[in-house]
Design a protein around this ligand. Sequence first.
Ligand SMILES: Cc1cc2nc3c(=O)[nH]c(=O)nc-3n(C[C@H](O)[C@H](O)[C@H](O)COP(=O)(O)OP(=O)(O)OC[C@H]3O[C@@H](n4cnc5c(N)ncnc54)[C@H](O)[C@@H]3O)c2cc1C
Length: 465
Amino acid sequence: MVDPARSLQDAEPLPFWLDDPGRPQAASALVSQTRCDLLVVGGGYSGLWTALVAKERDPSLDVLLIEAQEIGWAASGRNGGFCEASLTHGLGNGYQRWPGELARLERLGSRNLQAIEDAIKRYGIDCDWERTGSVTVATEPYQVEELREFAELAGRFGAELTVLDADAMRAEIDSPTFLGGVWDKDGVAMVNPARLAWGLKQACLDLGVRIHEHTRATGLAGSGAGIAVRTPYGRVLAGRVALATNAFPSLLRRHRPYTVPVYDYALMTEPLTDRQLASIGWRNRQGFADSTNRFHYVRLSADNRILWGGYDVVYHYGARVRAEHDQRPQTFATLARHFFETFPQLADVRFSHSWGGAIDTCTRFSAFFDLSHGGRVAYAAGYTGLGVGATRFGAEVMLDLLAGERTERTALEMVRRKPLPFPPEPIRSAGIGITQWSLARADEQQGRRNLWLRTLDRLGLGFDS
Ligand SMILES: Cc1cc2nc3c(=O)[nH]c(=O)nc-3n(C[C@H](O)[C@H](O)[C@H](O)COP(=O)(O)OP(=O)(O)OC[C@H]3O[C@@H](n4cnc5c(N)ncnc54)[C@H](O)[C@@H]3O)c2cc1C
């Protein structure tokens, strides 16, 4: 029997992807007053795509991006690297909320994923992009039928998913806990997340975007025909502003009730030897996730490590985002235990990195948008753990909104309507606590949802990562 603690004893307490000698030098901070046509606040994917696409649309636009710490240090540089076509946090969630426009959302999502792949090629971004797809795995008998139904639903929206029975599943990735799966071969790519962020930064610079790191926006106010944004050592007078601050407190208070930061955790193993890799198969290198409410997401890195993340989702009272939340030994021990239960063949494998990060969860699990200050400030957030791909779409929406254009994107109900906000503390913590308890119970009881979850479902409310 493997001791999970021993497997973690040499794990570096930092995100594997950011522990990379290719990490670029940070740009210097803004220390003066400056003007620009478009100011982007936040240097994760959301801000980077906004700046890049703005320049692609109009090369003459003067675009400035400011980032409080370093480009890609937050969720964008520490995620699982599942880049999905879905704009709605999965087809099931989209079907529940926007059945009438889901076909359009799916089409726009596929186009968005292709646009990411095209941009990676166009700008020569070295980010281990692998269009291998992802398998949703059944680990309980009741999930086998659910997955079959899911594949049928996806088929109605034009996605051709491959249903795998237990043997076919284990021929792909061999675990004694796997009972079947559904493989989306086309709608998901694996990517090295930090390298994608750094590559987008370079592409922005190459197109003439000005970037200042270590430059936190501390306040925002209308100023004449523009918007004035304060920073610790400077000030920006911008024609338009795009706020891409994700799980961090929005500069505008009115946005804050719509998201809560929840912490999601991951482990990375050492590189597997050829023998270890052969013991689990996995020749097609697809990602996979199990289908419980508290799911794991799992994938290979370019150098054949296994990233093993998810399961626990932790909310801290008062919606706090703090560096000390990035490490959570009890979660790492649980994750390690689950890893060895899934892959007993890998009993001699050790973990090299352990980390966590904040996700901007909203009650409907997919991005929402806002415009303020007479249409001069746009905001997007709420990607809820599925923003690697969807942030590019969100960037396009923010730019459409700032341009005052009515497009196919801005006409979407998903774009026009906001989710229900979270209640204030202490009701918020209590509600999230009951919901998490109920989701765990449902996982133990063949997926049966209790009265609390069914009521939330009816109200269009939920909690996920
Ligand atoms: C552990 C983990 C695993 C995940 N796995 C996946 C996955 O496999 N697939 C998937 O699709 N999604 C995943 N996600 C979610 C995904 O990473 C995010 O949805 C996405 O990165 C969001 O990008 P962003 O630019 O909105 O946010 P971020 O990357 O968080 O960037 C926001 C930036 O804004 C900056 N900022 C905040 N406030 C200010 C301010 N006042 N002034 C200046 N700058 C400011 C921050 O410093 C930060 O750099 C995961 C997230 C985590 C944490």
